[in-house]
Write a protein that binds this ligand. Sequence first.
Ligand SMILES: C[S@@+](CC[C@H](N)C(=O)[O-])C[C@H]1O[C@@H](n2cnc3c(N)ncnc32)[C@H](O)[C@@H]1O
Length: 278
Amino acid sequence: MRNLTYRGLGALLPLLLLWAAGANAQNTGTLNLDVPYVPTPQNVVNRMLQMAETDANDIVYDLGSGDGRIVVTAARDFKVKKSIGVEIDPVRIAEANANAKAAGVTDRVKFLQTDLFKFDFSEASVLTLYLLPDINMLLRPIILDNLRPGTHVVSHSFTMGDWEADKQEIVEGEALYLWFVPAKIAGSWEWKIGADNYRVDLVQKHQVITGTLHGPGGDSALVNTALKGEELKFAASVPRRGVPILMHFSGKADKTGLTGTVDFAGAQQTQVTATRKP
Ligand SMILES: C[S@@+](CC[C@H](N)C(=O)[O-])C[C@H]1O[C@@H](n2cnc3c(N)ncnc32)[C@H](O)[C@@H]1O
């Protein structure tokens, strides 16, 4: 498999599917590759990094970094703070280091020869993947449990099962998927406005939020919910002088609580901090 030069995944798809179905790592001599080497076309690399809104504040990790093109592009063209490739194959590591040198980015780029499943990439603010469906699924709980809320994850070709992408597009025939790592906000949260007590019960499936607001006027199902990283929005119908109006919450989730604003049909904006009910 060392000399494969396929440009896209199309020609290789049957092989990759067989590979995934067989659930066997490829043995190239002493190496166990979970995924064969297939480089991402350069235009697709550029788009992956654009989709992730990569900028100078980012720390980019490419898991299974091949010849380093994503890592090098992030440093050279997107001027990221730090760009790390994790790659098990020493031949690819040597190519990647040569490419980083040619691009003049060795000060901000590092390639680590290791198994991606044995490596802590939790400092990533942008994570790029061109792996396989089953490898994405094995990485999914690691990503959801360890990466900071709001981290941008971009995958070339493969999804994350029922963690639906926040954005997806086709570039030069290649599917790209983008996710924002969602904060963990499931549970009950309480706040007070004047003498009125409110509680919201949030049910979470990745970034999809449903739930119920319990307020002085009764219970109502949440509508217009959105969770992007740690930014949460929801609305619920509440009675005001006998007339139902929409109460909106917009704020951020962190370890201490949900902090943001509540308004009633766009008026009476109040700062609130909701605390988690044990
Ligand atoms: C499909 S290629 C993607 C290369 C690069 N990310 C790109 O998009 O151009 C997958 C890469 O993962 C590497 N790889 C496979 N199993 C790995 C493992 N367990 N740990 C780290 N890298 C691995 C392969 O050697 C290969 O270079």
